[in-house]
Design a protein around this ligand. Structure first.
Ligand code: DHB
Ligand code: FE
Length: 280
């Protein structure tokens, strides 16, 4: 059967992708950010996951105000890097795992979560930057990736509680897949940031670190945070953190913290990153 071996969370700042793509990762501003992923790169090279179930948000690249799915699962064979206005990032095409993705889709929809099925979409920095942070700059991504897009761009976003419950249903679905696969689940986006309006530039280190503590040790409490608290405390884009709860919901209550990293600033936000071994 498929096994969920670990959960990974990380921010997805687009400027991190640009720093890598333009060869600026050793510059003093960026070096401390990438240093926080040295352990992670060594760790994942040994773990060799077969599939990453990657929870992320699209930033009006694949979707637009014409069509706004709350939860969308990528069931296609491949997903190309999106052109976000400066040309597509020079990173490999993402290869999906249609068989597992359809299995999860069936299981989760039958468990009463209404997913949108996507066979064709481009993937933006929300998905490619986490891959770059964890795998560096390979010729091809070393595993299959199932993209799972969450609407946190257009109000109303799904609640943290709904995301956490959905994570549980996704975990159950993966564990019931009849192939021996090493699967990781990643939750991406965050941490506190606001890109617009009078509070643009907001970063709340205290909220971020409390959220990391709760996510590791008391995810039920983290899941009870109402969406308005993310917006008030972590800024309008801080709501991206609800995606980390999908990752946490798919893991067991007991986890082992393998790595924790927090750094401010990176562009307009704080970079947070966790690696949780499933089952503690
Ligand atoms: C920034 C962060 C994001 O999450 C995003 O989607 C775009 C920009 C930033 O920090 O600049
Ligand atoms: Fe974002």
């Amino acid at each position: 059967m498929a096994r969920i071996t670990a959960g990974v969370s990380t921010s997805h700042v687009p400027a991190i992708g640009a720093a890598l793509d333009l060869g600026k990762s050793a510059e003093p501003y960026w070096a401390p950010v990438f240093k926080g992923f040295d352990f992670s790169k060594r760790w994942i090279a040994e773990e060799k996951p077969d599939v990453v179930f990657l929870v992320y948000n699209d930033h009006a690249s694949a979707f637009s105000l014409d069509l706004i799915p709350t939860f969308a699962i990528g069931c296609g064979e491949e997903f190309k890097p999106a052109d976000e206005g400066f040309g597509a990032r020079p990173v490999p095409v993402v290869h999906g795992h249609p068989e597992l993705a359809w299995h999860i889709t069936q299981s989760v929809i039958q468990d009463d979560f209404d997913l949108t099925i996507v066979n064709k979409m481009d993937v933006d920095h929300g998905l490619t930057v986490p891959l770059s942070l964890m795998f560096g700059q390979p010729e091809a991504w070393p595993c299959k990736v199932i993209p799972f897009a969450v609407n946190v761009v257009q109000y109303p976003p799904p609640s943290g509680a709904r995301c956490y419950a959905l994570g549980k249903a996704i975990g159950k679905a993966i564990r019931s897949f009849d192939q021996d696969l090493n699967v990781q689940i990643w939750g991406t986006g965050g941490m506190s940031h606001q890109l617009q309006g009078p509070r643009a530039g907001l970063i709340n280190k205290e909220f971020d670190n409390k959220f990391l503590d709760l996510l590791i040790n008391d995810p039920e409490a983290a899941a009870r945070i109402p969406h308005i608290d993310y917006v008030r405390e972590a800024g309008s884009e801080g709501i991206e953190l609800v995606m980390w709860l999908i990752m946490r919901g798919a893991l067991e209550a007991n986890v082992d913290l393998l790595h924790r990293f927090y750094h401010v600033p990176a562009s307009n936000t704080a970079v947070g990153h966790l690696i949780l071994k499933n089952g503690g």
